[in-house]
Design a protein around this ligand. Sequence first.
Ligand code: 13P
Ligand code: 13P
Ligand code: MG
Ligand code: MG
Ligand code: MG
Ligand code: MG
Ligand code: MG
Length: 372
Amino acid sequence: MVTLSIIKADTGGFVGHSAVHPDMMSAAQDALSTAVGDRLLLDGKAASCGDDLSLIMTHEHGADAEEVHSFAWDVFLQTTEIAKRLGLYGAGQDLLSDAFSGNLRGMGPGYAELEFTERPSEPVVCFLADKTEPGAWNLPLYKMFADPFNTAGLVIDAKMHAGFQFEVYDLYEEKRIWFDCPRELYEMLMFIGAPARYVIHSVESKTLHEQAVATSTQRLSLIAGKYVGKDDPVMIVRCQSGLPALGEVLEPFAFAYTAGGCMRGSHHAPMMPVSVADAHPARFDGPPRVVALGFQIHEGKLIGPRDLFDDPSFDRVRAQTNEVMDYLRRHGPFEPHRLPLEDLEYTTMAELEKRLAERWQAMPEAAVPAPR
Ligand code: 13P
Ligand code: 13P
Ligand code: MG
Ligand code: MG
Ligand code: MG
Ligand code: MG
Ligand code: MG
């Protein structure tokens, strides 16, 4: 069995929240190469999207392994030091704890990990996003694994016809449920259509009994109890041979769907699929970016990456994203650009309610609906 882990954190932005500094990237890659030399990892690649640094690693320690998580934590401490030395913005932003104990749960970094027996050919896509929340993967995952208008294989591939099981987390109540699709599509949509709360955590093939997807589902604000930056999730998707083909996995991103995030984590904005070179959200700290790094995993090695959205066939969605962004931006502080009050990552509302409490008066009686 091999485990593919993406462990990510924002340990400082260059400039503002727009990118990871090249010195941090090279320190992370050096640490990964050393860990491969020391045989902790089979392979390791540093990658970034916006101000979030991802460690993409293969190893044989399974998910939640102490040695892998503590290695990642140490790398993030090291890149935080670089960020401090250069005066970068929000040095150590996502490191919410002072001391590592066992694994990264509740410590701030996000992670998606998937353990599997390597197939003769093992194509995977590592998706990295910035300026959005973990529920941002719900819509594309639904399309990849449940929508025959996206994924032809659901109709014409005998190994896909039986469908997929979706594991959905309720992040507010810390519960989870499995939906059997297509049988329970409509039930599932009721939940995953509310992505601030319900998040797809994994997907499994009913025919192959193979896990195809792992997402990072940590919500930073639920851990910290206050706004400390957006979650900026990652996701692993295995492709082909009874799973969606590579092109079926990428196709949902040809639509500029909106997600919560962008400026101050508090606005709906469209998801823009971009090449690594363009993964630097700047306009209104957005629009949220997603990169897709394709690998063939062979004998545990990460053959790649291929920068999959570096492709003119995604030019049109990028143009659409800019149009949607223009349209939403003109709403300024109004919904639906600004998130509803309960989803705002930070707010002056509590203070305003207190300060203005005395000034609220009863409405004129004529304006009050008559009792029934
Ligand atoms: P498999 O070879 O993975 O079955 O898929 C066919 C394919 O690549 C179609 O796009
Ligand atoms: P990050 O989570 O990417 O640091 O974004 C923070 C923010 O508030 C951007 O406006
Ligand atoms: Mg940041
Ligand atoms: Mg970020
Ligand atoms: Mg963040
Ligand atoms: Mg082929
Ligand atoms: Mg083929």
